[in-house]
Design a protein around this ligand. Structure first.
Ligand SMILES: Nc1ncnc2c1ncn2[C@@H]1O[C@H](COP(=O)(O)OP(=O)(O)OP(=O)(O)O)[C@@H](O)[C@H]1O
Ligand SMILES: [Mg+2]
Length: 340
């Protein structure tokens, strides 16, 4: 099962057909990088568009000598996270979190977390239980106010303080518990709190049509009538409704917190296909998952959290399952030169 376009694949294009590798300068880093003449910038094969990038010499970590790093790599993160992204592959990220701190009372749950997500890509957010993934996406979704750090949206600093404000930016979170109302039907759930009205009455016809069209665009065929109650749906169908609800609006970033955690094989595959399709439609998709097969099947980038800190953000094509598992479980990876 593989939904992620391979490097060099013509299908590997960004939103509206723009190539993912279109070189657009990143927003300025939180800590300014001063270029050293000792480390000239050299284009990788992937940057030059000649084939897959082999990743050599481009791991950024606290213990990697700066002289071995490219200009792009060294210009990255203030929080000390390993950052492994081929030079020239960068666009301005839709979402760019820098040095995010979040505490609940005396408990520091997130410390100096860095994270980026790009349009047209799936970025997996991985980490062990309690690593802080859900907390981070709740900060992204405006549910938890962040204590410190920068939240950049399209390169502009923002501070959404409610889900409504996050939604106004185009950020939608499909939560771990889905938060669907069992006693309501699919249309009612999709428009809950944002109902369409015509005059004083609800515009049921318009909502029904939009719900049907959104599900069809996601190639959802198994649900049947959009007037079915959510309590009658399977886990996979419920997940699909929650995702459709998130993309009904003018979304730019969609976060899916463990969408396949409770699903069987076929339903998981269906949900992963939808995840990939969302990115192919130009959304920046953030996928939280504990399942490495799912992560590698659909993701372009992988960000690993360990005990509330970012240990690395890498391109999925540049790492192996075992390396990501090591990042998750140990907060380091010897073979990537990331020593935690
Ligand atoms: N509202 C809260 N108040 C106090 N502590 C919290 C709160 N929410 C989360 N935490 C703590 O923050 C830490 C991170 O939790 P979080 O839910 O973000 O982890 P996670 O990476 O999503 O884990 P999982 O994979 O189990 O879903 C945990 O130790 C948790 O107990
Ligand atoms: Mg969680």
């Amino acid at each position: 099962m593989r939904f992620r376009p391979r490097p060099g694949d013509p299908a590997n294009a960004g939103p509206r057909g723009a190539p993912v590798s279109t070189p657009v300068r990143d927003a300025p880093p939180a800590t300014p990088f001063t270029a050293s003449p000792a480390a000239p910038f050299t284009a990788s094969p992937a940057e030059a568009g000649t084939g897959p990038w082999d990743g050599a010499g481009a791991v950024v970590g606290r213990d990697v000598p700066a002289a071995t790093l490219s200009a792009h790599d060294r210009s990255t993160r203030a929080g000390g996270a390993a950052w492994w992204e081929p030079p020239g592959m960068s666009q301005t990220p839709v979402l760019d979190l820098r040095g995010i701190d979040k505490s609940f009372g005396p408990v520091r749950v997130l410390q100096q977390v860095d994270f980026t997500a790009y349009a047209g890509e799936v970025t997996a957010l991985v980490g062990d239980n309690g690593a802080g993934k859900t907390t981070l996406v709740k900060c992204v979704g405006g549910i938890h106010p962040i204590d410190g750090g920068e939240y950049l949206f399209d390169g502009r600093p923002v501070r959404p303080t409610s889900p409504r404000e996050a939604a106004a930016l185009g950020v939608e979170v499909v939560h771990q518990d889905l938060a669907l109302a069992d006693n309501l039907d699919i249309v009612q759930n999709m428009f809950l709190g944002r109902e369409r009205r015509r005059g004083l009455v609800l515009d049921e016809t318009a909502m029904e049509e939009l719900a049907r069209r959104t599900l069809a665009e996601l190639s959802v065929r198994t649900i049947g009538s959009v007037r079915r109650k959510v309590s009658e749906l399977s886990g996979g169908q419920r997940q699909t409704v929650a995702i459709a609800r998130a993309v009904l609006w003018d979304s730019r970033v969609v976060v899916l917190d463990e969408p396949s955690a409770a699903l069987g094989v076929a339903q998981t595959q269906q949900v992963l296909e939808i995840v990939r399709r969302l990115a192919d439609q130009g959304l920046a998709v953030i996928l939280i998952s504990h399942n490495m097969n799912d992560v590698f099947a659909v993701s372009d980038r992988i960000a690993a959290l360990y005990l509330g800190r970012t240990v690395a953000q890498v391109r999925a094509a540049d790492v192996t399952h075992a390396q990501v598992v090591e990042l998750i479980t140990a907060g380091r990876c010897e073979s990537l030169g990331i020593r935690g």
